[in-house]
Design a protein around this ligand. Structure first.
Ligand SMILES: O=P(O)(O)OC[C@H]1O[C@H](OP(=O)(O)OP(=O)(O)O)[C@H](O)[C@@H]1O
Ligand SMILES: O=c1cc[nH]c(=O)[nH]1
Length: 182
C-alpha cells in the first residue's frame, strides 16, 4: 500500500469483538445449537476470540471450526473442482445448527458465497449468519453481514489490511491506497 493509516487499533478491535459477542448472544437468545466457523485466514482467529467472549458471557463453550473456501470460489481460474470433498472443515456437524460465519473483511461477497456453498455441501444448517470485522462495501452479490465491527466506506482503489496478533505483529486495521486512482 502506498499511503496508509490506522482505522482500528487493538483496543478498538477488542471492543468491537466484545460488542459482536453480546449481539450474537442477544440475537440467538443464548448460544444453544450455534456453531462458529472462521474463514481462513483471519476469520479463524476472530471466531476463536468471539467464542471465548461468548463462553464467558453464557458459561457454555461454543464449538469453533475453520473453513478454507478455495475450491468453492467462482473467481479462481482453473480451480480443481475435484478437491471439493477434501476441502474444508474440521469435522463439525453443521446439520440443523445455527452456523455463524466469521471473516475479517467483507468486500465483493464472493468469499462468503463460497463459504455458504461449502457449508451446504456438508448438510443443511438451520440458519447461517455472518459476522465481519470490517464491511467496506462494493458487494457484487446480494450478501450482507448480521454483525459488523466497523462499516468503512471505501473507494475501489483502497485496500483494507487487517492484522491479528495470532499471525501478524499486532492487532490493527489499516486503510491504504492500492496504487490506483484515489
Ligand atoms: O468479499 P470478498 O471480495 O470475497 O473479499 C473478502 C475476503 O478477502 C480477504 O481474503 P483473502 O482472499 O485476501 O485471503 P486471506 O484472508 O487469507 O488473506 C478477506 O480475508 C476476505 O476473506
Ligand atoms: O480491501 C480488501 C478487500 C478484500 N479483502 C481484504 O482483506 N481487503
Amino acid at each position: 500500500m502506498s499511503k496508509s493509516h490506522v482505522i482500528m487499533d487493538d483496543a478498538a478491535i477488542r471492543r468491537a469483538l466484545t460488542r459482536i459477542a453480546h449481539e450474537i448472544v442477544e440475537r440467538n437468545k443464548g448460544i444453544k445449537d450455534c456453531i462458529f466457523i472462521g474463514i481462513r485466514t483471519r476469520g479463524i482467529y476472530l471466531a476463536q476470540r468471539i467464542a471465548e467472549k461468548v463462553s464467558q458471557i453464557e458459561g457454555i463453550e461454543v464449538p469453533v471450526g475453520e473453513l478454507d473456501v478455495t475450491s468453492f470460489r467462482d473467481d479462481i481460474a482453473g480451480k480443481d473442482q475435484s478437491g471439493k470433498e477434501k476441502n474444508g472443515f474440521n469435522d463439525l456437524n453443521v446439520h440443523e445448527k445455527k452456523v455463524i460465519l466469521f471473516d475479517d473483511v467483507l468486500y465483493t461477497g464472493r468469499t462468503v458465497r463460497a463459504a455458504m456453498d461449502a457449508l451446504v455441501s456438508k448438510g443443511r444448517p438451520q440458519m447461517i449468519q455472518l459476522a465481519v470485522l470490517i464491511d467496506r462495501g462494493h458487494r457484487e452479490l446480494p450478501i450482507r453481514a448480521d454483525y459488523v465491527g466497523k462499516n468503512v466506506p471505501t473507494s475501489k482503489y483502497e485496500e483494507i489490511e487487517v492484522t491479528l496478533e495470532e499471525i501478524d505483529d499486532a492487532d490493527q486495521v489499516v486503510i491504504g491506497t492500492n496504487g490506483g486512482q484515489e
